[in-house]
Write a protein that binds this ligand. Structure first.
Ligand code: SF4
Ligand code: SF4
Length: 279
């Protein structure tokens, strides 16, 4: 039996100050109607929107996320941030698809300050679509905890994904149609199946501390004369430790497609050196 209560999605719009926000403003003063439950955040440029903002919004319960910027080639900054937004959104859409979330929950559009009616139309269309899809996860048949876990795992991997796809993310393509095919589903499935992890071999580590000093995420548990250990929860998989570990030690190993060995227990990390052994 239907309760008769219409589902009101939680929708977030992140829109640029110069164009899309102007369009939203014009829609407001022109009294063009769109659902009041769409919450808008103004940013100076759509290029400021990062993958972590998008996934944080979904993790915090948004049923749909909208990104709005100036038309391509109309960005008010020489950085042309809306091109970055286009590639970031396309990548996020493919990742959402990979984890079983409908990619239509994320939408990007270019709206100029004079396009108030267009802004209202897009908002209405997006809201109607999200109402039809239903709540995030439920609409896809995903169990709440499973969805939460997937979103958390993807969020942790964002630095790795951005590093792996940095060339494509910097693409400057001609139009939205080209961005729509910038990343493919197969490519993203492969990316996830080939994720590498880094592990310090306790038999080889000489506690020289080089890796810990260079790690950008403070993910290496380090102390003088103690075998170093990577905190996998903090590791962003940048590979710096792999490059930094002196070749004569070669203690950092790259692992893919296999479970990471458990860390050596805390009480067994001390390196006993005799007087002739130097790190
Ligand atoms: S790969 Fe190595 S350097 Fe990079 S975050 Fe992980 S532990 Fe730190
Ligand atoms: S750089 Fe290599 S040998 Fe030195 S502490 Fe790190 S893992 Fe151990």
């Amino acid at each position: 039996m239907s309760t008769g209560i219409k589902f009101k999605p939680r929708l977030l719009g992140i829109i640029c100050n110069w164009c899309c926000y102007g369009g939203a403003d014009l829609a407001g003063v022109s009294r063009f109607q769109y659902p009041p439950y769409i919450k808008l955040i103004r940013v100076m440029c759509s290029g400021r929107v990062d993958m972590k903002h998008i996934f944080r919004a979904f993790s915090q319960g948004a049923d749909g996320v909208f990104i709005g910027g100036c038309h391509l080639n109309d960005c008010h900054y020489i950085t042309n941030g809306n091109f970055d937004a286009a590639s970031i959104v396309q990548l996020c859409k493919k990742i959402l698809e990979h984890i079983g979330v409908n990619p239509e929950r994320l939408r990007i559009e270019w709206v100029s300050a004079g396009e108030g009616i267009r802004f209202a139309n897009i908002m209405n269309e997006f809201a109607t679509k999200m109402e039809k899809l239903g709540p995030l996860g439920k609409g896809e048949g995903l169990e709440e905890n499973a969805l939460k876990y997937k979103l958390e795992e993807v969020t942790k991997l964002i630095p790795y994904i951005k590093l792996t796809k940095k060339k494509k993310l910097a693409s400057r393509l001609k139009n939205q149609e080209e961005y729509d095919v910038l990343f493919t589903s197969n490519e993203i499935d492969k990316l996830f199946s080939e994720i590498v992890s880094y592990y310090i071999d306790p038999e080889k580590c000489q506690a020289c501390m080089t890796c810990a000093r260079r790690c950008p995420a403070e993910a290496i548990i380090s102390a003088k004369n103690q075998i170093h250990v990577i905190d996998q929860e903090k590791c962003i998989k940048c590979g710096t430790c792999f490059e930094a570990c002196p070749p004569r030690f070669g203690a950092v190993t790259k692992i893919s497609g296999m479970p990471i060995p458990p860390p050596i227990p805390e009480g067994e990390r001390t390196i006993v050196r005799n007087s002739h052994t130097k790190a």
